[in-house]
Design a protein around this ligand. Structure first.
Ligand SMILES: Cc1cc2nc3c(=O)[nH]c(=O)nc-3n(C[C@H](O)[C@H](O)[C@H](O)COP(=O)(O)O)c2cc1C
Length: 254
């Protein structure tokens, strides 16, 4: 078994780590942007594919990865796991359908609520205590489901049904469909940027470069919010115009 994941602010990475610690302690976890991720899928029969929900959809970066590597999925047993700030409808189903087209066998789906990674929108901000409780609830859910999977072979099917599909479409997917059909060109970098390069180093798409002492986006943003939450001077925004509070999973443990 191998876990392949995209994670912007650490939520998905944590959830995958927790699930794998129950299912298979020896299983490797590889970020989707790591060049070894393709070989790891080729070498394993069972894969957990984990990613954050974006606009009730699978992030374009993950969809792109699935389709660009179409030949590696044939007969692979794939369990889809998504994390979400509130609601994803069929956040797992979106990847599952793409994977099935390439011959994968979908073993199940799991959707876990975690702190919202969108940190430049006041309406999505929650208190530290609320986010901590969300993480505790998520851990509890994963532990229960992980044990059911490990001991009884009972795999959840969250987000894979027809009803979940309709809920996902009506939730946000149709409304924001145009934001999920490609990489984003909307990343904004303010004059506050000091050109430290932390964003460029952290970006899973290598979308950011430093030019004339300032960060520049090359319009291949995966919307993961990693750079936005890492920038030491809060110079980067995407959906909003001001960073309310940078989000990192580690803040919400305890
Ligand atoms: C661009 C964007 C769109 C999002 N859309 C949704 C959504 O439709 N529904 C939802 O519940 N959460 C949504 N979220 C929240 C994330 O899915 C959630 O915070 C996730 O746990 C982040 O995981 P990560 O830290 O591994 O990146 C969105 C986040 C981003 C950055």
């Amino acid at each position: 078994m191998v876990g392949i994941y995209l994670s912007g602010t650490g939520n998905t990475k944590h959830c995958l780590q927790k699930l794998l610690s129950i299912l298979d302690k020896d299983a490797k976890m590889i970020p989707i942007e790591d060049p070894n991720s393709v070989d790891a899928i080729k070498e394993n029969d069972e894969i957990i594919l984990a990613y954050p929900t974006q606009f009730s959809n699978v992030p374009f970066m993950v969809r792109d990865f699935i389709n660009k590597n179409a030949s590696i999925w044939q007969d692979k047993k794939v369990f889809c796991m998504t994390t979400m700030g509130a609601f994803s409808g069929d956040g797992t189903g979106c990847a599952a359908r793409a994977l099935r087209k390439h011959g994968a066998i979908i073993t199940g789906g799991l959707m876990v609520r975690m702190p919202d990674s969108v940190c430049d929108n006041k309406m999505l901000k929650k208190t530290l205590e609320v986010n901590r409780q969300i993480v505790r609830d998520a851990d509890e859910k994963i532990e229960k489901i992980g044990n059911d999977m490990h001991n009884g072979g009972k795999y959840p099917q969250e987000g894979l049904s027809f009803f979940a599909h309709v809920a996902g479409l009506m939730g946000q997917r149709l409304l924001f469909y145009n934001r999920t059909t490609g990489y984003s060109t909307k990343l904004k970098i303010s004059d506050a940027c000091v050109g430290c390069g932390k964003c460029a180093t952290s970006c899973p798409m290598q979308n950011l470069t430093i030019s004339d002492g300032k960060a520049v986006s090359n319009n291949k943003c995966a919307m993961c919010y990693r750079c936005i939450s890492t920038c030491p001077v809060k110079a980067i925004t995407l959906l909003g115009n001001e960073v309310v509070e940078q989000v990192r999973f580690e803040k919400y443990v305890g």
